[in-house]
Design a protein around this ligand. Structure first.
Ligand SMILES: [Zn+2]
Length: 240
């Protein structure tokens, strides 16, 4: 049991160092991830808006073509109107003229509407492009900083992780599982606590004398009743 407790203390020290490395990197990893996601989202939005702009332009040119055709027809029918000899012919041509006029007036108002849409979309695309430039350069700056920090510490971190694996292999599974649970749950990452002035060094709850005795002999695996941390005796196991 003493060996297991010593291994646990070593595990805790490794985890403390890993936590320190993580703190050194601060919120850079989150910032980089957020920026990466924002770039993706903006790029997607830009694609959508550019497509809409393209389609509005296509639709406007199609309608402009129809209006042009209707104008040509209108001229033709208006010319024919003076040459008709029957009422029936007159009515037929008048109907054609009305139809052409309606195509022209509907088309023109659609063109105006589409031009407004195109103007708005052009502005949106420009804004998105400039926003995209800003976040891309932001991302590059933060990512470079993060990569540098990772490069500085990656060898050390790899060694710590290697050592961690060796220790975990030697620990009894239920003991490691308990440690890991508390380690992950506590903000300070401490799954092991030293006894300090008869109290748990993690949560400062007083420990009953009988338990204190058991902790000092290190013959058993003793947990703090309040926080669940594994208690060790600082006299027998030194922690940094
Ligand atoms: Zn405690």
């Amino acid at each position: 049991m003493r060996e297991q407790l010593e291994q646990l203390v070593q595990l805790q020290e490794i985890d403390n160092q890993l936590l320190e490395l993580k703190e050194e990197r601060g919120n850079l990893p989150e910032t980089v991830e957020k920026l990466r996601a924002e770039i993706e989202e903006t790029t997607h939005l830009l694609d959508v808006r550019r497509e809409e702009l393209l389609n509005a332009g296509k639709e406007r040119r199609r309608i402009e073509g129809e209006v042009e055709k209707a104008k040509v027809s209108l001229k033709k029918y208006q010319g024919q109107l003076f040459k008709v000899s029957t009422n029936r012919e007159y009515d037929a041509i008048t109907t054609e003229i009305e139809a052409a006029k309606s195509i022209i007036s509907d088309g023109e108002s659609q063109i105006i509407h589409l031009m407004g849409q195109e103007e708005e979309l052009t502005e949106t695309v420009q804004n998105l492009e400039s926003h995209s430039e800003t976040i891309k350069s932001d991302f590059e700056t933060h990512d470079a900083e993060l990569q540098e920090k990772i490069a500085e510490t990656s060898d050390f971190e790899a060694k710590l992780r290697e050592k961690r694996v060796t220790i975990v292999d030697e620990l009894a599974k239920p003991i490691y599982a308990h440690y890991e649970r508390i380690h992950m749950a506590k903000e300070d990452g401490m799954g092991v606590a030293q006894v300090f002035n008869g109290a748990c060094g993690g949560c400062f709850a007083a420990i009953p004398p009988q338990k204190l005795m058991e902790v000092s002999t290190m013959s058993d695996f003793i947990l703090c009743e309040t926080c669940g941390r594994i208690l060790v005796d600082p006299e027998t196991i030194q922690m940094n």
